[in-house]
Design a protein around this ligand. Structure first.
Ligand code: NCD
Length: 344
């Protein structure tokens, strides 16, 4: 199949076929996570620049680990210690990084649209690792991969999303992905975090309803996505932790309203005792740690596809690439907007 994009900035513009392709490409990299020897040589000689202008632990480590397991080197920009603090513009910072000749830029920024802006100015692939309240595409993909592994499908599911929907890029990426597969969404949280405009964010025909009673929102759910209470992004009017717990915390008793095998997802970092109880976070329905493991597989697939292009023959890089093997030829199209793939 042919991917229409050079960068991964958002899931919204991608088709169901393209999303399925990305999920399928992640699968062999999942297998690698179970091997005692996890390192490939597929991207040996390549460099991935990581520019996180907003705090991140797991996403940054996940991309860095994905790059390293593909044999690539990383360049790491720490926003706290960078020249941004000295007044350098975002564009100057990323152009400086780009002048050091990385093969891909992974970036996170507090402003929605920042990754898109940067991608328009650079000639290397850009992966959005979270931009403001807009999207977090690799998180959407790893969530979908986790659901598909556990339930066998991502089609026609009832997905309940709990918390601060308004400020959640994770919720948006999940809706843009799962909505293309016929999933129906119930959004639940304090009214000021679940504004009416959210009903319009999916593609035409995607069912999104808002429900303000948690018990009702959980009814018949196949998947419950719990969002972190984002104190750093909270705007007035806010809600006290006590009231949030009373109204919206996912606990074992409330979870019984969902389908018996409903999955519980959380992108992390979790505030145990706030949006979720330890009993649920550590319970059999929780997928939290699988999400983290799958995050590396998804990010390996993304880095591989965007930097090298996929294998044209039957050999997937995972199948024949051990530490000592040769990296595949760089099959990247000269036209950067047209990354062609052989069908698989
Ligand atoms: C999410 C993020 O930063 O958007 N976390 C993550 O990437 N693992 C969610 C959050 O911080 O609440």
């Amino acid at each position: 199949m042919t991917l229409r994009f050079r960068d991964l900035l958002a899931l919204e513009p991608l088709s169901a076929d393209e999303l399925t392709f990305l999920l399928d490409q992640s699968r062999p990299f999942q297998t690698i996570q179970r091997n005692p020897l996890k390192k490939l040589a597929t991207l040996r000689g390549k460099t991935v620049a990581l520019a996180f202008f907003e705090n991140s632990t797991r996403t940054r480590i996940s991309f860095a680990t994905a790059a390293s397991r593909l044999g690539a080197d990383t360049m790491n920009l720490q926003a706290e210690a960078s020249s941004l603090k000295k007044g350098e513009s975002l564009l100057d910072t990323v152009q400086t990084l780009n002048a050091m000749k990385p093969d891909c830029l992974v970036m996170r920024h507090a402003s929605s649209g920042a990754a898109d802006f940067v991608a328009r100015h650079l000639d290397i692939p850009v992966i959005n690792a979270g931009d403001g309240t807009h999207e977090h595409p690799s998180q959407g993909l790893l969530d979908a991969l986790t659901i598909r592994d556990r339930l066998g499908t991502i089609e026609n599911l009832n997905v309940t999303i709990l918390g601060d929907l308004q400020h959640s890029r994770v919720a948006r990426s999940n809706i843009h992905l799962l909505g293309k597969f016929g999933c129906r969404f119930t959004l639940c949280g304090p009214a000021m975090w679940v504004p009416q405009e959210l009903e319009e964010i999916g593609a035409p025909g995607v069912s999104i309803r808002r429900v303000f009673r948690l018990e009702e929102a959980l009814e018949d759910a196949d998947v419950v996505l719990v969002l972190r209470v984002q104190t750093e992004r909270m705007h007035e009017p806010s809600i006290s932790n006590e009231d949030y717990v009373l109204g919206y915390q996912l606990n074992a008793e409330r979870l019984r309203r969902a389908k018996p095998n409903a999955l519980v997802l959380h992108p992390g970092p979790m505030n145990r005792g706030s949006e979720i109880t330890p009993e649920v976070a550590d319970g059999p329905q929780s997928c939290v740690l699988e999400q983290v493991t799958n995050g590396i597989a998804v990010r390996m697939a993304l880095l591989f596809l965007l930097i090298s292009g996929p294998a044209e023959d039957s050999a997937h890089p995972v199948a024949n690439s051990a530490e000592e093997s040769q990296p595949p030829r760089n099959r990247r199209s000269t036209d950067k907007k047209d990354l062609s793939h052989a069908s698989d």
